[in-house]
Design a protein around this ligand. Structure first.
Ligand code: NAD
Ligand code: DAU
Length: 340
């Protein structure tokens, strides 16, 4: 491994991975390949901008010619694929981009990786491929049961990774992460959305009864999990990267309000997300066996995260304009009007 292409490296988790890898492995060249969609943001990469082993190339993973050019010009030997459309609510409103990137884009990357004889391919997937988990904890051998267009597109992309390993012998590994949180998280997702809305004393739209369960994982722990699988994972295998921190959405909401010194009156119960999975929960013994552990408890990380948004308005205020406001209106105007 010398020249690693990190696709989607200008997004939330991809940029955390890049910031970590550039410092941790000065002997590797880290080349970010990113389309810079609404969720891609070069501000996320400012901390590594001047590092000699970091480069940025703008491109779409579904654009074969540009992928080929970047593979050749940087002599890429390894791909870590974070690039995706990642927001469930947007996949319900407009699924096209999800098929383009999360299915077709993954196929193009795999096919070019095969043709270029790449040494290693890591694909970043999600616990949502397992679908709703009423009780217990998903293990890697469990069947897929995706329920949203986002989850179905991620499952499709992941199955193509498996096929390229089995059929063509591509040296590929997969990670399945749980709900991730931390700095530089696009403020459409629950935690950064609610923190930044609460700071402006705006309503927090809780879907349904707010008793859905998610498993929260700190972004730097997720990034290190991907690194461990990249270096130690067995080709053809998938690894769960879990927070092992199961929380109801309502508990998270109340914790955020309390950390900000705001009252519960900002909470608005709004009509539920269609097809909303009630609970995700994963077992991550397989990753732990490779030597991975989370660094700090959830409460400490949530506090640090809330403080980061308080201290970094420069980062999120400019995002919450333009296209963001159009999306906000499409997603929330009618829901908030119908709020209890
Ligand atoms: P994000 O939406 O913050 O970032 C996605 C990045 O991919 C952006 O920089 C965007 O510009 C880029 N991108 C999108 N389409 C592209 C294309 N066609 N070509 C090149 N670049 C493109 O996403 P995230 O939350 O950082 O998630 C990263 C990955 O981790 C995704 O694959 C997601 O499915 C997975 N994941 C996310 C979570 C989570 O909680 N956020 C949990 C588990 C797995
Ligand atoms: O589980 C991993 C997945 O986690 C990733 O694969 C996805 O990329 C990532 O977006 C995330 O998906 P979720 O749908 O779980 O995340 P989101 O932040 O959108 O929502 C978290 C929970 O909060 C979910 O139960 C829906 C609820 N919610 C969310 C929003 C944005 C609300 O109640 N109100 C809201 O306004």
């Amino acid at each position: 491994m010398k020249n690693i292409m990190v696709t989607g490296g200008a997004g939330f988790i991809g940029s955390a991975f890049v910031r970590y890898m550039v410092k941790q492995y000065p002997q590797y060249n880290v080349i970010v390949y990113d389309k810079l969609t609404y969720a891609g943001n070069l501000d996320n990469l400012l901390p590594v901008h001047d590092e000699p082993n970091y480069r940025f190339e703008r491109g779409d993973i579904a654009d074969r010619e540009t992928v080929k050019r970047v593979f050749d010009s940087h002599q890429i030997d390894t791909v870590v694929n974070f690039a995706a459309e990642s927001h469930v609510d947007r996949s319900i409103l407009s699924p096209d981009a999800f098929i383009h990137t999360d299915v077709v884009g993954v196929y193009i990357l795999l096919d070019e990786s095969k043709q270029h004889g790449l040494e290693r391919f890591l694909h970043v997937s999600t616990d949502e491929v397992y679908g709703d988990v009423d009780e217990g904890f998903s293990v890697e051998a469990d069947p897929f049961a995706p329920n949203s267009p986002y989850a179905a597109s991620k499952a499709g992309g992941e199955l193509m990774v498996r096929a390229y390993h089995v059929t063509h012998g591509l040296n590929a590994v997969i990670t399945r992460g749980s709900n991730t949180f931390g700095p530089y998280h696009y403020p459409e997702k629950l935690i950064p959305f609610f923190v930044t809305e609460a700071l402006d004393n705006r309503p927090l739209p809780v879907y349904g009864d707010g008793m859905q369960v998610r498993d929260w994982l700190y972004v730097d722990d997720h990034a290190r999990g991907v690194d461990v699988v990249l270096h130690k994972g067995v080709a053809g295998e998938a690894y769960n990267v879990a927070g092992e921190n199961l929380r109801h959405n309502m508990d998270i909401t109340k914790q955020i309000l309390s950390l900000l010194g705001k009252g519960d009156s900002l909470i608005k119960y709004v009509p539920d997300r269609p097809g909303h999975d009630r609970r995700y929960a994963m077992n991550c013994d397989k990753l732990r066996a490779l030597g991975w552990e989370r660094e700090k408890p959830f409460e400490a990380r949530l506090e640090e995260t809330v403080k980061w948004y308080v201290d970094n308005e420069w980062w999120w205020r400019k995002i919450k304009t333009g296209e963001y406001l159009d999306y906000y209106k499409r997603q929330y105007a009618a829901r908030l009007a119908a709020a209890e």
